[in-house]
Every structure is written in C-alpha cells, then in structure tokens.
Design a protein around this ligand. Structure first.
Ligand SMILES: [Zn+2]
Length: 198
C-alpha cells in the first residue's frame, strides 16, 4: 500500500518517455531511500533546468540563452540549415560533430493518426526563415519513419519555389529508426551521404 504522495510522484514520472508505471514506482522508491542525497540532487537539477533553460525563438533548440549558442555562433555555416523533428535529434546530430550549419526544430512530425497538422509544427517559421534568404541548402533530417518521411516531402513541396538545394539524410538509417537512438557513426554516415530529395 503506497501513500498518496508516492502514487502522485509515480504517476508524474510514469508520463516520462521510456518510463512505464512499474519503473516509475521503482524510481520513486529508489529516491525515497536516498532523500538526503540523490533526491536533493535531482530537485536542484530540476529547479536549475526550470530557471535557466529557454527555447530559442530562431531554431527551437533548448539552451540557456535565446538565441541559442548554435544560432549565435559565428563559427557556424550560415548557409546550411538542418531541419529536425525534435531537440533530441538536434543534440544527436550535433554530438556527431559533422554538421557545421544551423538547425531548425519542428517540434514533432505530421501525423494523421495523432492529428498533428502543419500548423501544429514550426513549419511556417521554417518557410519564412528560408525565404528570408542567405541559405543555400536545407537538409531534411527527419526520422526514417513513415510520418518522418511524409513530413520531409511536405516541407520539400512547400519549399519548391525557394532558391535552395533540398537534401535528406541517406537512408542507411534503419527503417523505422529514430535519429536519437542511432550511434554517432551511423548518423555521421547518413549525413555525409545525404542526397537530393525527390
Ligand atoms: Zn537557436
């Protein structure tokens, strides 16, 4: 019989990606046993994230500054823009250290099933950004899922009349594969072998 407090925390944790009710309850018990150490550290880290992290208005990245470090950097290639579904994908690509341009985070992918429409994503701002000029190449780095590819094709269509080269990751990516889960070597290879979208 768990107390209401523990149930409340467990059900909050169970909403985290990758954590089901069972592992959430196990995590709560683990924390309760370490309330003076690990629990305090977790509370501090959460408070810190809440206070310091902001979303970049330009690209949608999450960082301690707005514009984010990537958008603000003058060492980045301004002419190349990589479009990703989520911030986790941006971080995965950036860890691979192969792409030197800037990013645009959509905040998801189109999904008829889940009712995600173009206006629910940062597609409008992307089109505006590209039409504002100064960009030569748009790399569509969507996941190799049906919805990811639908999203890539939709964006390619919307950018048809923009004077940019549109490429996408080579799909040595496993089918159904999500960028965030790939090792850096596979990701780097997919980026290097990117090809025109058609
Ligand atoms: Zn940014």
């Amino acid at each position: 019989m768990a107390s209401q407090e523990i149930e409340t925390l467990a059900s909050a944790l169970a909403r985290l990606p990758g954590l089901g009710p069972r592992s959430a309850r196990r995590a709560v018990l683990w924390l309760v046993k370490r309330r003076e150490t690990s629990l305090v550290q977790l509370l501090d880290a959460l408070a810190n994230v809440r206070e310091t992290l902001v979303e970049c208005d330009t690209c949608g990245n999450v960082d301690t500054s707005n514009p984010c470090g990537i958008c603000a950097s003058d060492k980045r290639d301004q002419r190349s823009l990589c479009v990703v579904e989520d911030v986790a994908d941006l971080w995965a690509l950036d860890r691979a250290k192969l792409f030197t341009g800037r990013y645009h985070v959509l905040g998801g992918r189109l999904s008829a099933l889940e009712g995600v429409r173009p206006e629910d994503l940062r597609i409008g701002p992307l089109i505006d950004r590209v039409h504002a000029g100064g960009i030569d190449e748009v790399v569509l780095a969507m996941n190799a899922t049906l919805e990811g590819q639908t999203t890539a094709h939709y964006i390619a269509e919307r950018l048809e009349d923009a004077p940019v080269r549109i490429t996408q990751l080579a799909h040595g990516l496993p089918v159904g594969g999500e960028l965030d889960y790939l090792d850096e070597g596979t990701l780097a290879q997919a980026l290097r072998a990117r090809k025109p979208l058609g």
